[in-house]
Design a binder for this molecule. Structure first.
Ligand code: GLU
Length: 320
């Protein structure tokens, strides 16, 4: 069964926009102030877009409302502005696009691509090997006719039925990505049992419908790409290109976290640093400029010059 025509038209318009030129995005969740790792990823994404004369959108991934923090949105916008990282078009919020995600979910369900799953987190923990965390769903509810309605007061989650095959995507800063669907990705949850629409569904729909050509984000999301590419494939679309950039870790090698208040602009400012010094520090940490320099985001863009490949080269893209 084909997708409803309005949805098909929306996806086609997105794919057309993608072919017309570079469009990137930065998509933080408003779970706290941006830490220096997020700031660096934002800077790299902005540079990647601007060096190619492209657009850079700002989207807030705010569907998981209990995790959102009051004030985080305002602080994210203020920090990007302070650093001179301007975005194109209006601020986008996933919470305002729920209708679209719900329509996609219903269309996939009508196509028979989803099934209801009654497995609780507890049950999944019990069936996984004692020392290995279960990362790929074993398909327990795949063949069951579990029904849609509540059972013992709980609604099912909805999973995408993933066919055999390898999911592939292009990487700007590394070898092309590939993950085997059944053994490395599994049947992804698209709507959670608590009724929340899943990040993978929303993100895949957004990249397609917004015409995103290039996603630059932290490399902790590399494996999440498999799930998002699977959703895009279910919608009959190829994925955008991805640039998964290295994470900036703390002195003990731990990843920084917004929720735990990893060091951000407030800490830089407390040390008396202005925006040019912070841009210099973020750029130096990625090996783009020597340490200790001061320059605005625009000056950095000019310094990296008219040759967009230079950023890819500095970040370690394989040479063709
Ligand atoms: N919202 C996710 C986060 O803040 C990132 C999403 C993405 O870039 O795809 O970690």
């Amino acid at each position: 069964m084909p997708l409803p025509s309005h949805l098909q038209a929306l996806l086609e318009a997105g794919l057309l926009r993608r072919r017309q030129g570079y469009r990137g995005r930065f998509a933080p969740s408003p779970t706290g102030a941006l830490h220096r790792g997020n700031l660096r990823t934002a800077l790299l994404g902005w540079l990647h877009a601007r060096l190619r004369g492209g657009e850079w959108l700002l989207r807030l991934d705010d569907l998981d409302t209990p995790r959102n923090r009051p004030g985080a949105e305002a602080s994210i916008l203020a920090d990007l502005r302070w650093l001179g990282l301007d975005w194109d078009g209006p601020l986008l919020r996933q919470s305002q696009r729920r209708g679209l995600y719900g329509t996609v979910l219903s269309a996939l369900r009508r196509q028979g691509l989803l099934y209801p799953c009654r497995c609780s987190r507890r049950l999944l923990a019990d069936i996984s090997a004692p020392h290995a965390a279960l990362t790929v769903y074993p398909g327990t509810c795949r063949g069951r006719d579990g029904g849609w309605g509540p059972l013992q007061g709980r609604l099912p989650s909805w999973r995408l039925r993933l066919g055999p095959g390898v999911l592939r995507w292009l990487e700007s800063y590394g070898l092309p990505g590939q993950l085997d669907g059944p053994s490395a990705v599994g049947d992804v949850v698209l709507r959670r049992a608590d009724g929340f629409l899943a990040y993978h569904l929303a993100t895949a729909v957004d990249e397609l419908s917004l015409g995103i050509s290039d996603v630059v984000r932290g490399c902790d999301l590399w494996s999440a790409t498999g799930a998002q590419v699977a959703v895009m494939a279910a919608l009959g679309a190829d994925p955008p290109s991805y640039g998964h950039v290295p994470l900036w870790r703390d002195g003990q090698g731990r990843r920084l976290s917004k929720r735990e208040g990893g060091e951000g602009l407030a800490a830089y400012r407390q040390r008396g640093l202005d925006a040019a010094s912070v841009v210099g520090d973020l750029a130096a940490s990625a090996g783009l400029v020597p340490a200790g320099g001061r320059l605005s985001a625009i000056e950095l863009l000019q310094e990296l010059g008219p040759c967009p490949e230079r950023l890819d080269h500095l970040l370690g893209a394989p040479q063709a």
